[in-house]
Design a protein around this ligand. Structure first.
Ligand code: ADE
Length: 250
């Protein structure tokens, strides 16, 4: 999979060199390119923002550097002979569709993702139109959760990690993907390792019983109880976001 990230803080994305994602890059499973939005400005101050039309607090990211950055991402990808022709453009923002495991799975099927990290109050709306209409990109605005970050970079780190680990070969033991929280709508059961007794606390005896059916039943009960306590919305999906599709997320 090819991933492009455009940001005014490219150093933020240095974490993508580390751990499993860094290893996936070394192994050629992920090709990540980070671009500095300011490289696409033409003034002495490398200006990327300006005041909002209609007034209001804060600054808005200008359309011109963004359009040139996106042109560059698309042209560079084509020069590299990327499959699929065009990236799916993801713009992280608190006003987007909630990011879920289901959405991560959809994005993991794409051959090419481009992330546009907004800062300040966001990006001039015409950039979204340009990306869709002139560049022919699919554009999705995606939120990490119902809180406000200072920019999209932290959200991109989270999304690339969640998506990247779903790419075949990135996680050594594919079984560990199946048993995780959110893969089947329930949270994970509690886990224990040696020693059997620690600070006066015992491992639940069923886990030492060797009775695989009893262990599976205990784990399922624990998952249900945890989900009911921490995330009752998951047990009543009509109140959740399980049915949202990334293709509506613009
Ligand atoms: N940028 C600012 N807040 C965000 C959020 N909650 N999710 C994704 N990107 C953001």
């Amino acid at each position: 999979m090819r991933i492009d990230v455009v940001s005014i803080f490219p150093d933020y994305l240095a974490a993508l060199d580390l751990s499993l994602i860094g290893k996936a890059r070394e192994d050629g499973l992920l090709d990540v390119a980070v671009h500095d939005l300011r490289d696409f400005t033409h003034d002495r101050h490398r200006t990327v923002d300006d005041t909002p039309y209609g007034g209001g607090a804060g600054m808005v990211m200008k359309a011109q550097p963004w359009s040139e950055a996106l042109d560059h991402v698309v042209a560079q990808g084509h020069a590299a002979g990327l499959p699929g022709g065009r990236p799916h453009l993801v713009v992280p923002g608190p006003g987007g569709t909630p990011f879920t495991q289901a959405l991560a799975r959809q994005l993991a099927d794409e051959p090419w993702l481009a992330f546009a990290c907004g800062r300040y109050e966001g990006i001039d709306e015409r950039v979204y139109e340009y990306a869709r209409e002139d560049l022919g990109l699919e554009v999705s605005v995606i939120s990490l959760g119902d809180y406000v970050l200072n920019g999209g970079e932290v959200a991109v780190l989270a999304m690339v990690e969640a998506v990247g680990r779903l790419i075949p070969g990135v996680i050594g033991n594919a079984e560990s993907l199946v048993e995780e929280s959110h893969e089947d709508g329930l949270l994970e059961y509690p886990i224990y390792t040696k020693p059997q007794q620690w600070k006066g606390r015992e491992v639940p005896p069923v886990l030492l019983s060797g009775n695989h059916a009893a262990i599976a039943a205990w784990r399922h009960d624990q998952r249900l109880a945890r989900t009911a306590a921490r995330r009752p919305d998951l047990l009543h999906p009509s109140h959740g976001d399980a049915d949202l599709d990334v293709r509506l997320a613009t």
